[in-house]
Design a protein around this ligand. Sequence first.
Ligand SMILES: Cc1cc2nc3c(=O)[nH]c(=O)nc-3n(C[C@H](O)[C@H](O)[C@H](O)COP(=O)(O)O)c2cc1C
Length: 226
Amino acid sequence: MHKVTEPSILYLGTPVVLISTRNEDGSTNVAPMSSAWWLGWSCMLGLANGSLTTQNLLREKECVLNIPSVNQAAAVDKLARLTGSNPVPEGKLHRGYRHEKDKLGAGSLTAEMSDLVKSPRVKECPIQMEAVFESVRQFGSFEIKRPFGPESQKASVISAIEVRIVRVHVEEALLVLDKSNHIDPDKWRPLIMSFAQFYGLGDRVQPSRLAEIPEESYRPFAAMSR
Ligand SMILES: Cc1cc2nc3c(=O)[nH]c(=O)nc-3n(C[C@H](O)[C@H](O)[C@H](O)COP(=O)(O)O)c2cc1C
């Protein structure tokens, strides 16, 4: 039997992303997020307007989406409840966040140069996507005012930011043997955030008719032309 319920969050399970952006002084900010999805080489990111990451991405017009596997769960957790913002915004203070200037150091993570954007990649993440800004719109403006939320009930606190992936780096061991343009889903073990807890993926549950369609048929034009 189903029951009508009002969960405060509806985070049903999405991969964690460590998004790296450049701060105004040229240093690096890296923050965990998980409101991200991809279609082709386009990606939609749900980011709080008050986060330094959002401000950096909208100013610099680029970022790197570093995708941790289950093996990086501890590093991701070290970055939870940290912000590069100083002072810490009131809503985050209330939730026990603190300011941290050196986010990479806090997560024991290593920066590595990107090819096409200035934001660095996070070496420890097996998948890294260099991305450039495409568009932004406010998201969830209808949200009911929450304690320590926006001044006005109508003010949006989240941005939906579309970015375009311009380069993908993948740890070789995750690629299908003899098919360097295919990530092997049997080898890729993303870190999943579900209702704020960390999970991994289980094994395949049954054969997939969708997977019978050749992956190449989805290749976007922009990626093909490189
Ligand atoms: C696993 C995980 C997932 C998160 N997902 C998101 C998200 O999708 N969007 C978002 O705005 N914040 C998300 N956060 C919170 C940000 O990491 C947090 O706001 C952080 O302070 C941002 O850092 P910054 O202020 O230095 O940019 C997530 C945090 C964790 C630990």
